[in-house]
Ligand binder design. Structure first.
Ligand SMILES: [Zn+2]
Ligand SMILES: [Zn+2]
Length: 139
C-alpha cells in the first residue's frame, strides 16, 4: 500500500481525500486520461466537477507527483512518478505500456549526455506506433 498522504505532504500539498483518490486510481490503472480519472473519482465523490479534478491533476504534475504522457491526436495520459522507463504508446487505442530500460538503452543515454556534457535531470522516452492488438484489428 503506497502512502499517498505522505507523498502529498512531502510535496507541500494538503492530503485531501480527492487528491488521494486520484493518485490511488492512477496507481491502480497505470496510465489514465483526465476523463478516465474523472469517471472513477465521480463514483466516490459525485459532486466533484471536472474542472476541480483537472486543477488537482495539473497541480500534482507541477509538484512532480504525476507525470503527463502526451499522445498525438488524443488526450494526454497521466501516471505516477516512477523509475525511468520507456513508453510504448499506441496512437490507435491510446494504450500506454511501460517498458524497463535495459543495458543497451542505459548505455545510449549515458554516452549521449556525457558526450554533450548535458546534466540530465528528467527524461521521458515515448515510442509511438500501433500496438499488436490494433494491428490485428486493422487487418
Ligand atoms: Zn492499440
Ligand atoms: Zn509509464
Amino acid at each position: 500500500m503506497v502512502d499517498y498522504a505522505t507523498q502529498l505532504k512531502e510535496s507541500g500539498l494538503k492530503a485531501t481525500f480527492q487528491r488521494m483518490n486520484i493518485l490511488e486510481n492512477i496507481g491502480n490503472h497505470g496510465h489514465m486520461s483526465i476523463d478516465n480519472i474523472y469517471n472513477e473519482v465521480l463514483s466516490i465523490h459525485p459532486s466533484l466537477s471536472l474542472a476541480t479534478v483537472y486543477k488537482n491533476i495539473i497541480l500534482m504534475v507541477e509538484k512532480g507527483l504525476l507525470v503527463e504522457v502526451p499522445i498525438e491526436g488524443q488526450k494526454s495520459k497521466y501516471e505516477l512518478l516512477k523509475d525511468d522507463h520507456i513508453h510504448l504508446v499506441c496512437t490507435e487505442c491510446g494504450e500506454v505500456e511501460d517498458k524497463a530500460h535495459n543495458m543497451a538503452t542505459d548505455s545510449i543515454f549515458h554516452t549521449m549526455t556525457k558526450k554533450e556534457n548535458f546534466r540530465l535531470s528528467k527524461q521521458q522516452i515515448n515510442l509511438y506506433g500501433v500496438c499488436s492488438y490494433c494491428q490485428e484489428a486493422i487487418v
